[in-house]
Write a new protein. Structure first.
Lengths: 219, 217
């Protein structure tokens, strides 16, 4: 494979998307774990949709929500001066939304599993709710959160359908590695398709081994 | 001297306890069979459970008054609590566990206070050990040091000796005795062990399932 741009773009997009999904996902997971109400089930269902929807359908929703004719899309354009869709930022949005449910589900389970008595003890000894979260809950849930973040990264790196809908397939601009593999197959360029697939497969295997190791070390 | 006045009904699904007693300085044992509602009373005093009705008053501070709709946050009640199973932060050192409970924004000073407390409970050498690797007796000593770190008005002890072997139990009992006397604070000791009552209690509140029946001392 002579052109490594798709790999670097994929890595850059996935790293930024994983950071965004982690920040937002862990905060939302914390709220979902601590404040049970009938709305939590609805919120959780909405944020789980990216796992079960066909990626192209997810991409279509995002395109409708963020396209140049939508309120959000026009708002983005008025702030940043250019549209969100069919750009690298669009690819980041697609990858973030794809990664989000993995972070939320793992983080929520891990946060719910933290021993409530230890959190209670911290409150009784005077720690504010914010410090209880920072010093007690999140450190104790960190392995589960880490596993969710790793899976989210793998998902962001491998996204095809949502990315191609929202960011398009512009070589040298928005063409990520999974999209480049599809293009290469279409063009009969077996060497590029093979190399790209091997690289993506290798990264996925490394991430899965990491996740398994993290869970194996749990007591 | 500060007095703690408790007159509450505490309810959880399937169980209700009516508790009425007052406690002054020294050790007041809440004694009775398992499941009589002693720990629930303690949770209401700690503020981790809202009473269904009644009042909890400590000196001039109203911890809870259901008629007036008052429920002071646990954080503001200035309490120390020791649980049956220590409830320590295993991912932090014993020193950190205690220092976090010191009500002092300056980290260096908080650590100094924590160091002195850990030395006082006989754990000077284990300050930076892995908390997870401490013995049951050592964990309870860390929990006791942590409970005292915030200079509490009331020390709540929820079956603190029941998971210890005989030797640790004896030394932990005498440690609690001397620390409560040194500080002149109110200590409430939940126990179903008559030996704890004999060895430590200055006053006794007796529980039957679901209610307090008498207070003595």
């Amino acid at each position: 494979m002579s052109d490594w741009f798709p790999l670097w773009l994929s890595l850059r997009v996935s790293v930024i998307a994983t950071l965004l999904a982690s920040l937002f996902g862990v905060a939302l997971a914390y709220l979902l774990a601590k404040w049970q109400s009938r709305f939590t089930a609805i919120v959780e269902a909405i944020f789980t949709l990216p796992i079960v929807l066909p990626p192209t359908v997810l991409g279509y929703y995002l395109l409708t929500l963020l396209g140049t004719r939508s309120t959000l899309g026009q708002g983005w354009e008025s702030i940043f001066g250019s549209p969100l869709v069919f750009t690298q930022s669009g690819a980041v949005v697609a990858a973030t939304v794809s990664a989000l449910p993995f972070v939320i589900r793992a983080a929520r389970a891990a946060i719910s599993n933290v021993d409530a008595r230890v959190e209670e003890a911290a409150r009784v000894m005077g720690l504010s709710e914010f410090r209880v979260a920072r010093v007690v809950t999140l450190p104790l849930a960190s392995r589960g959160i880490g596993a969710g973040v790793a899976l989210g990264f793998a998902r962001a790196l491998g996204d095809f359908g949502a990315t191609v809908m929202v960011a398009g397939n512009i070589p040298g601009q928005t063409q990520t590695l999974p999209v480049a593999v599809y293009d290469a197959v279409q063009a009969g360029d077996d060497a590029t398709a093979r190399t790209g697939s091997l690289v993506l497969g290798a990264i996925a295997v490394v991430v899965l081994i990491l996740v398994t190791q993290v869970f194996a070390r749990r007591r | 001297m500060t007095t703690l006045g408790v007159d509450v009904r505490v309810a959880v699904p399937g169980f209700v306890v009516e508790a009425s007693f007052s406690a002054r300085g020294g050790i007041t044992a809440l004694s009775g069979p398992s499941g009589s509602g002693k720990s629930l009373t303690l949770a209401a005093i700690a503020g981790t459970l809202r009473p269904a009705r009644g009042t909890i008053v400590c000196g001039d501070n109203i911890f809870a008054d259901t008629t007036a709709g008052v429920h002071m946050r646990s954080q503001d009640r200035r309490l120390g609590m020791v649980y049956q199973h220590a409830a320590l932060l295993d991912h932090r050192s014993p020193l950190d566990n205690v220092a976090l409970a010191v009500r002092q924004a300056n980290v260096a000073m908080a650590k100094e206070t924590a160091t002195a407390l850990l030395e006082r409970v006989g754990l000077g050498r284990a300050m930076s050990a892995k908390t997870r690797s401490l013995s049951g007796g050592e964990r309870q000593r860390v929990a006791l040091a942590r409970a005292l770190a915030g200079e509490p008005r009331i020390l709540l002890l929820d079956e603190p000796f029941s998971s210890l072997d005989a030797a640790s139990r004896d030394s932990m009992r005498s440690l609690v005795r001397s620390l409560v006397d040194e500080r002149g604070i109110i200590a409430l000791l939940v126990t179903h062990d008559a030996q704890d009552v004999t060895a430590l209690a200055d006053h006794v509140v007796v529980y039957e399932p679901g209610r307090t029946v008498s207070a003595s001392g």
